[in-house]
Design a binder for this molecule. Sequence first.
Ligand code: ZN
Length: 602
Amino acid sequence: MSATPAIRYHIQPAHPGAHLFRVRCEVAVPAAEGQLFRLPAWIPGSYMIRDFARHVVVARAAAGGRAVALTKLDKDTWQCAPCAGPLSFEWEVHAWDLSVRGAHLDTTHAYFNGSSVFPAVVGQEHLPCAVTIALPDGEGWKHWRVATSLPRAGALPWSAGDYAAADYEELIDHPVEMGEFLLGEFEACGVPHAVAITGRVRVDLERLCRDLKTVCEHHIRFFGEPAPMARYLFLVTAVGEGYGGLEHRASTSLLCGRDDLPRSGEPGDGYRTFLGLCSHEYFHAWNVKRIRPAAFVPCDLGREAYTRLLWVFEGFTSYYDDLALVRSGLIDEAGYLKMLGETATRVWRGPGRLRQSLAESSFDAWNKFYKPDANTPNAVVSYYTKGALVALALDLALRRASAGARSLDDVMRALWARYGRSADGVPEDGIEPLVAELASQDFGAFFARHVHGVEDAPLAELLPDVGLRFNLRPAESGSDNGGRPGTRSEPRADLGLRTQVADGELRVSHVLDGGPAQAAGIAAGDVLVALEGLRVQPRGFDRQLDALRPGECVHLHVFRRDELLVFALTLAAAPADTVFISVDGDAADAVVQRRRTWLSGG
Ligand code: ZN
């Protein structure tokens, strides 16, 4: 860091009750033709144009004690009139988005991503910057602490004060939390780690830190020490219900349900899911933050950045997030196979997997995966879930092709060695030749079928290599998420639609291709009123359906807007779209040993 950075930022939650941050940016040498300031349109890791600049309330500029004229050039760019430096540009930002992507401020806490609040000094984004984070004015806020992975440049640990960033890209890659969070600290492979939790929670912090340390050390050793970050921070916001995460180079922002955090006693499925989320975002510190798609180098945050590789960056990460939990002993084999079956069930239940390839899903993420609508299950495949299954299939296929000498682990480590420490990203066609090189054979057909084509991941064919069986059965109820064998001898009656309860009504959210509801003309948004002349029970509809048999013709009354419609439809048998993975008890010792090797990461 130079002694006097040419760019200085200052941010303060100025009016917590009005949700307003005040942000100032001082530029020592403004551009001669008039300095431009610009806010990103999207935040890395979340592939949707969000137009953060719409939350800017008032912008002004001054130099030498006089106001400088400002002109807005487009939705997120401001131009100052030519002036001599230093130039001070100031604005207020409304922060009322409680997500991992934006900024949120009230009288209980402040949270922001730099991409929501800090304007880029156009043309000087490569310069180091100083950042001062200030508490709100007044005695009432003096006890607030600050949690961020931004390098400190004078600020005391967990305190307001002076921080620094090497350039604009780094500045906006360290989210900041201010308030009265809980704080746990631990070391992983000698690197200081911390978890800061905001929200009203009761949590076994010791247990959480112990388990996070296990996950983090697993990932660090997977890629090889030393860890690529000097410190790491899990920023957790616990709410009544919520789920989400966003990866950064030395931290992650997470949103979770408060019941998902561990308390005394044995934690449940929610905690396993939370640990999976932590594992996912931590793995991203390598896979996407440092091993980057070439399409993101450099990253233009003003418009969409297109890549066909999100199935690698999100799909492989989704494969390794849960795999790391079983490899590090945090869950057992049965628990892992259950999670795998649940993931596969989510994929097999979407007819869209037969319409859109993983490469297409990656490319169109901006307008499809991130903008779900009534037709999403029929038209879109998730590069997370199907990407994870294709990663598993690729892993097993590599092990088969190399007689156990190679695996997807080698692909990840090769990506890390080749691209992780270089400025270059992974080219769009970079994965297939790397796999072929490691396997010493052509994998073109695999990629053509499962990545560029729409064929399902070949798990039924490959899982027996490790003594497992891939099983499909019909769903047994609306809340059957798969992952376990069924108990019914006959399939239940099925309408071919998805519903959600809203305002005490049962509303159709999606109509699935080829099902009875679509054939009859039922549409997304319809409110189900009566089935066979009996009022629909929003939370008891499963039981009403259970009384009927596949093949029966039934009448369904619905409201479409305010019009009552009646449809006759023939109930189908629930399709075999629910996956569970079972252990082959008769597998040979060598096969069982292969499974042990895979699940131990050996
Ligand atoms: Zn991710």
